[in-house]
Design a protein around this ligand. Sequence first.
Ligand code: ADP
Ligand code: MG
Length: 347
Amino acid sequence: MSVLRLRDVTVGYGARTVLDGLDWAVGSEDSPVSALLGPSGCGKSTLLRAIAGLEPLVRGAITWDGRDLAHVPVHRRDFGVVFQDGQLFSGRTVGQNVAYGLRRRRWSRAQIDERVRQMLDLVQLPDIAERRVTELSGGQAQRVALARALAPRPRLLLLDEPLAALDARLREELAFAIGDIVRAAATPTVVVTHDRAEAALLADEVSVMRAGAIVQSGTPTRLWRRPADEWVADFLGATLHIDAQAVGEALRTPLGDLEAATFGALPPGRCRLALRPESVRAEPAAPATPAAPTGVVTHVAALPSGLRLRVRTEALGEIDAVAERAVEVGETVSLRLDPSHVGVIGL
Ligand code: ADP
Ligand code: MG
């Protein structure tokens, strides 16, 4: 059962509608951490602000445990919010920042000291309570912002692109850490991001947002394997869509047959598959057959994750592929689909 429900939520700036009849539910026991994933400008921050009570609704309702929040002001919602740049109070120490919400709630001195210590332990920054926030690294500052938001025991945590300002390595490390921290605090959390990898690192459930509406929600694996439509597939990294047709046990494609059973229930007849570069494996050429098409390598790039190719094929023109062994431009290669990286478009 979800605790936060949004029904027909509509928010605009002036005449412009940014959230358009949006329905959503988050905070179930199975999915304590929900990611809101969408391209820049689609309305993610607006949605987070509406949930926090910082944007008025033109229409619709937001409820918590069935109770309408329309007349509950921001500070009474008990929601913790962390924005992109953390927004720590720069003139104060780390401890004073974490204590901020507790002072406002008139906790006693002893309770505050104890809670600040607990929170800094939780974000794995013990013993820095006396430090000035201007001396912190970007990653440390985001952890302190998280500790400050969690300290008053909010019933919901809202994080707006909490990792966007950090460099790639730190981002991944902190993504796992934030997931651990909010689960340890047992606080239902909504995290906004435009980065599909970050969404998968942080969240149990991912909701994809496009132009002011939620278009699909599910586990990351479910989204990769069953994107709702071509737009979702592309946003999640697909670079090619191909037709396929179920024929008996086989799923027939221009890049060879797949075992239909691998994909669970399929729509009858024709379907569309979403491919990413990793979906197509190039191997040293064997003679071409309908089951194993071939192509000619036009580009090779050595990425940290392996060899990335462009391959010219008869059936599909130039497509992306990956290779395990070295290949050269001009070489003919056999192509094989890797079913674990193939998505079926349509729910
Ligand atoms: P996201 O967080 O997904 O990038 P935003 O919610 O920030 O998207 O913005 C959605 C749209 O609303 C954008 O086109 C943005 O320019 C516009 N917008 C955001 N905030 C305001 C505002 N205060 N006044 C007018 N337009 C705004
Ligand atoms: Mg934003």
